[in-house]
Design a protein around this ligand. Structure first.
Ligand SMILES: [Zn+2]
Length: 251
């Protein structure tokens, strides 16, 4: 008979499981003392998504060795249970709102910058470069490539479920609980550079007539010289916030 442990995955972690394994207990083989991390990843769940593991009710780290017969409960980063007395696997890395987005998520990267979040993105970076940037600069990788998040050197990563860019932004803000950190009108959407105040007079000749009439506050990107006014950011942001209550699509 195989040596097995009983696993149950909670909340968003079920997104990674086949339908028959979602929200139910199932067994995973643990012959020859398997680490709990290895067992979790064998079920298809990237370790970056996991924040808390309870084995027979006790919180353990990824290296805990399963010998068979254990009951394992696995919780995601964003589970809002009050688990403060027990040890989480890392100190809230996903709440650190600095990102590196993979090559397919250029629109999401621009939206995040519009929301004020420091987000690096280039369609020239390969997976190795994205992982290296994440590690060196302690940035959270945003990707729709589960394989990238399964790499063992990845400490910070979030698998983006939605497929449409504004839904992706709403999802990232909601799931990483960034609502209170949104700061529109602070960062260039093209360069990721912080914007500088600039007087209306200094940019007047570059403004469309309608904008001249409607807005008084302007900012300029020191990187690309683009001029921003509040309308450009707030119109988009209010659309995004209208979606924050929506369900996550594309899961
Ligand atoms: Zn710029």
């Amino acid at each position: 008979m195989r040596t097995t442990a009983e696993f149950r995955f909670y909340e968003e972690l079920n997104d990674f499981l086949p339908p028959e394994r979602r929200k139910v207990a199932f067994t995973i083989g643990v012959d020859r003392a398997r680490s709990v991390k290895d067992a979790i990843e064998s079920a298809g769940v990237p370790h970056t998504e996991v924040d808390l593991i309870l084995v027979d009710g006790v919180s353990v780290d990824f290296n805990f060795l399963l010998c068979g017969g254990e009951r394992v409960a696995v919780y995601p980063m964003f589970e809002s249970l009050d688990v403060s007395p027990i040890v989480r696997l890392r100190p809230r890395p996903l709440r650190d709102p600095r990102f590196v987005a993979d090559g397919h998520l250029g629109k999401l990267a621009r939206h995040l910058r519009m929301a004020g979040f420091d987000t690096l993105w280039s369609n020239k970076w390969d997976d190795d470069e994205i992982v290296a940037i994440s590690t060196l600069q302690k940035r959270t990788i945003l990707t729709r490539d589960k394989g990238m998040l399964r790499r063992k050197e990845v400490e910070r990563g979030y698998f983006v479920r939605a497929t449409e860019s504004e839904a992706q932004l709403a999802e990232v803000i909601r799931m990483l609980q960034l609502e209170g950190l949104v700061a529109p009108f602070t960062r260039c959407r093209e360069c990721n550079v912080l914007l500088e105040d600039v007087s209306r007079e200094a940019v007047l000749d570059r403004l469309p007539e309608k904008v001249r009439a409607l807005y008084d506050r302007f900012k300029r990107c020191p990187g690309c010289e683009r001029v921003y006014w509040e309308g450009t950011h707030f119109a988009r942001m209010s659309r995004i916030f209208a979606r924050l209550g929506d369900g996550v699509d594309g899961a």
